[in-house]
Structure formats: C-alpha cells, structure tokens
Design a protein around this ligand. Structure first.
Ligand SMILES: [Fe+2]
Length: 368
C-alpha cells in the first residue's frame, strides 16, 4: 500500500515526538515490514487490567534444575528454545549427537570448552554462538560447567542477515565466523585420548544410537564445501547505530531463519540528538512473538532483572520503553546490556516445565 498520512504525524520516526505525546509503531514482519507510526496523547500501555493469555511474561531461568541436563522453554511448529546444562565429564563418557529435526544454534551463556565435529574442533566461551547445521554430529566437551540458550530451527537453515547498504563487513565481518580446525582436533583427540564411539541421533524427538568400534572423529583427513559448523562471538560483533534516531531491533539481526530471526543487543552509545528517543519506542509486533534472553550487563531499564532471565512478549501486546527505563535514561549515555532476542512468526507455547520459574507479577510492571 502507498504511504499515507493524516492529522499531525512526525517527519521522522522515533524523533521529534511532540511534548506530552507518545509514538506507537504498528508493524508487520517484526520490524521489517509495512509499518505506521501513530502519535497518541496516551500510551497504549495504560491498561488497568489484562485478562487473557496475552500477558507479557518473565521467567528466571537461574532457578532451573541444572542436573536436568536440558529444559524446553518455548516452542511452536518451526522453533523450539531450550536451556541446556553440560557439566564437565571424563573423556571416556563422551558421546556424539546429531539432530535430524533441526539446525542448532547454541548460545553460551556461561562456561567454556570445546566442540568436536567431523569438520574439526571449535572452541567456545561465554557470549559465543555455535551453529551446528542439521544432522552434523558433534560433542560438547566443557572445560567448566556450561550453560547454553539453544534455538532449534526446525523448518529452515540459519543464514546471515541482508546487510544491504552497509555492506558485508557491517554487524559482523564474515571473517568473524570461526571455522572448525581439523588439525587441532586430531591433536586434542590424542592429548585427551578421546575416543567417541557412539552417536545419538534425534529424529521426530526419538533417539537412535549408532555404535562403532573406533572414534567417529578420527577418520576424517580432509573436507571441502560450504556446509559446516561455525562459531561467532558477541565480542566480534559491531552493532549498528545512528546518533540521530533510534534504530529498530532489526538493525541488530544476527541470524535469519524462515520463521524467526535472532538478534543480539550489545553495549552501544545512546542517541545524541536532543529530540531522539533513547529508549525502545512503543510498538505492537502485530504478527511476531518476542523472546529476550538477558545474558549479561547492567539492565538499567528494568527492576528485579538479572542475567539468566527470559521475557516472552506475545504478538499484539503493545509495549514500549519500560517505565523504569524512561525514568533513568536521562542520566545515561550508553547501554551496557547483552541480550539475545528471538522473534518468531508463529505463536509460541510455554513449556509447563518452566512455570515454577515465572515472575507472575511481571506484566504489572509495564503499566504506563
Ligand atoms: Fe518489543
């Protein structure tokens, strides 16, 4: 449809909003699609009650039982999000896994270690994404207790975002994607005397075990191609910013899938123009659910928020700058939050297993 205006709109989104008024963005496709900005006298978060399933929700994943190994958090037909805990184990206990249901994105929230793959060795530390395409076998071998926020991509493959005008070295340089090291892996297999002889394959949620007499990682002498596991660390990402107007979350897209996107929020200076919004604008993601995992940093914009928590904002829930953020932003010149966002095209369901971790009063904190 063609661009159209009525009444007294602003000239530039997220900027020059008349005193005492609020800008609300209503858009499709997360922040990528058709969009309108409404200038309102009152924010849409001035509800007195929300009665029904569209309440925003917050879960304290620090409360999850680490001995459980893994807990599904949220899911739909195209994506499943888990928290996974891998403790240190001896080389004799190592097994390999393949996920035939999904491409895997591990985000290391805590810990460090190695990942053995047929393509070579990958190392990880806190803040690192590890991408394992569907059905590629891998063994996570932690150097210390490791916690992962895991996103299973069931209907497509992880791709890099379109960088468009800013070129292929923006957001993160393609050289920041770390490839597996085959030579190093052979060396580490020897040092650890690691011999992985079992592969557990997950397909349609059922496990099939393949057993071998020799190590399933020791037989590859070389490979070529454009399908392989890789890592990307938050420290090697270069967030886009505009000093004049607030950029939408889509500017921070890290990976794109058919039915969802993964964005990374990193420390950055706040906007400098006096009339620029310095906090997230009021918006309704009309057709996307929003999940935010808080990894690290100072979450100045919220009360009672700490690393390891996850918020879930269902589509259609109008929200904006958190009231606490509006109060404290004037004293800030930068944000120091590290967070991972998963925006999904289709509605997510909450796994009943995480209900004990829910902060049930969270939705009330949004009342404007
Ligand atoms: Fe949002």
């Amino acid at each position: 449809m063609h661009h159209f205006t009525q009444g007294k709109p602003t000239r530039q989104g997220h900027k020059g909003i008349p005193e005492g008024h609020y800008e609300e963005e209503q858009g499709l496709k997360g922040f990528f699609g058709p969009v309108s900005h409404l200038i309102k006298k009152q924010p849409s978060t001035r509800w007195t009650e929300i009665d029904g399933p569209l309440k925003p929700r917050m879960f304290d994943l620090v409360k999850l039982d680490r001995s459980s190994g893994s807990q599904r958090l949220l899911f739909n037909k195209s994506v499943a999000i888990h928290m996974s805990f891998v403790d240190v184990y001896s080389p004799e206990q190592a097994t390999s896994m393949r996920n035939a249901d999904a491409d895997l994105l591990y985000f290391c929230h805590k810990g460090s270690g190695e990942v053995f793959t047929e393509y070579g060795l990958l190392n990880y530390t806190s803040g690192q994404y590890i991408v394992i395409p569907r059905c590629l076998q891998h063994t996570i071998f932690p150097a210390e207790m490791s916690e992962f926020f895991v996103v299973e991509n069931k209907t497509s493959h992880y791709e890099e975002p379109e960088r468009g005008l800013v070129g292929r070295h923006a957001i993160y340089d393609i050289n920041a994607l770390i490839k597996p090291d085959l030579e190093l892996q052979h060396q580490r297999l020897k040092e650890l005397q690691l011999s992985v002889t079992e592969i557990a394959v997950k397909r349609l949620e059922a496990i099939t075990r393949f057993r071998y007499d020799d190590c399933v990682y020791a037989d590859v002498v070389g490979w070529k191609g454009d399908l392989y596991p890789f890592t990307l660390h938050m420290d090697h990402m270069m967030p886009l910013m505009s000093h004049r107007a607030h950029l939408p979350p889509s500017a921070h897209t890290t990976f794109v899938a058919r039915d969802f996107v993964v964005c990374t929020f990193l420390p950055r200076p706040l906007e400098k123009d006096k009339d620029a919004l310095k906090v997230p604008f009021y918006h309704q993601n009309i057709d996307y659910d929003e999940v935010l995992f808080y990894h690290d940093g100072d979450f100045f914009s919220r009360d009672n928020l700490h690393a390891g928590m996850m918020s879930f904002h269902p589509q259609g829930f109008p929200h904006g700058p958190h009231p606490k953020a509006v109060q404290s932003v004037d004293s800030k010149t930068e944000t120091s939050e590290y967070a991972v966002m998963v925006d999904t095209r289709w509605p997510l369901e909450v796994d009943p297993g995480i209900q004990p971790t829910e902060s049930v009063e969270y939705w009330k904190s949004w009342r404007g």
